[in-house]
Design a protein. Structure first.
Length: 171
């Protein structure tokens, strides 16, 4: 699969087969987040790869009851690491750390797609409750939850705005 195919064919998956990921698949996904670009190469992000069924249920509950999350064999919680981005002060905390996480999550989702896995970004959650469930230090902020697994659905491509409404080319 080439990168263009992966970008165009990846879908948000919210139903998963009851099939575990292999240790190799988990390792490949870990590597994908590790190699994402970051501001100043500070890598101001932290990822929690959750395989524990009870913890996945707690996460699904604090994600406003989106219980499909618990059915994924892997749930990744992506966090900004404010300690690592500290040299960039407020702009680092309010922008760069968020961009760092977003770049790594895109790597994760594209790598999952290439492995034949599905994923979806979940942003609806009680941030304090999620931090508490994972016992996060105060220097880390959860930004998104990404359930990953073997898809049990193949959604159609959603409509996109016309390119001229998204992209402006300045000559």
């Amino acid at each position: 699969m080439n990168i263009r195919e992966a970008i165009k064919n990846r879908r948000s998956i919210r139903r998963f087969q009851d099939k575990a990921l292999t240790a190799e698949e988990v390792d490949i996904l870990c590597e994908a987040v590790m190699w994402a670009p970051s501001a100043g190469n500070l890598q101001s992000r932290r990822f929690y790869f959750v395989l524990n069924p009870d913890l996945k249920k707690r996460i699904a509950t604090v994600c406003l009851g989106q219980m499909f999350i618990a059915s994924a064999p892997l749930v990744v919680v992506a966090c900004a690491d404010y300690e690592r981005i500290r040299p960039y002060r407020d702009r680092g905390k309010n922008l760069y750390a968020i961009q760092d996480v977003a770049c790594a999550v895109e790597n994760l989702m594209l790598q999952a797609h290439e492995l034949g896995l599905g994923s979806v970004c979940v942003g609806a959650f009680d941030e304090d409750a999620l931090s508490g469930a994972l016992n996060l230090p105060s220097t880390q902020r959860p930004l998104t939850v990404v359930p990953v697994g073997h898809p049990a659905q193949k959604p159609e491509a959603p409509e996109r705005y016309p390119m001229e409404e998204i992209v402006t080319i300045l000559k």
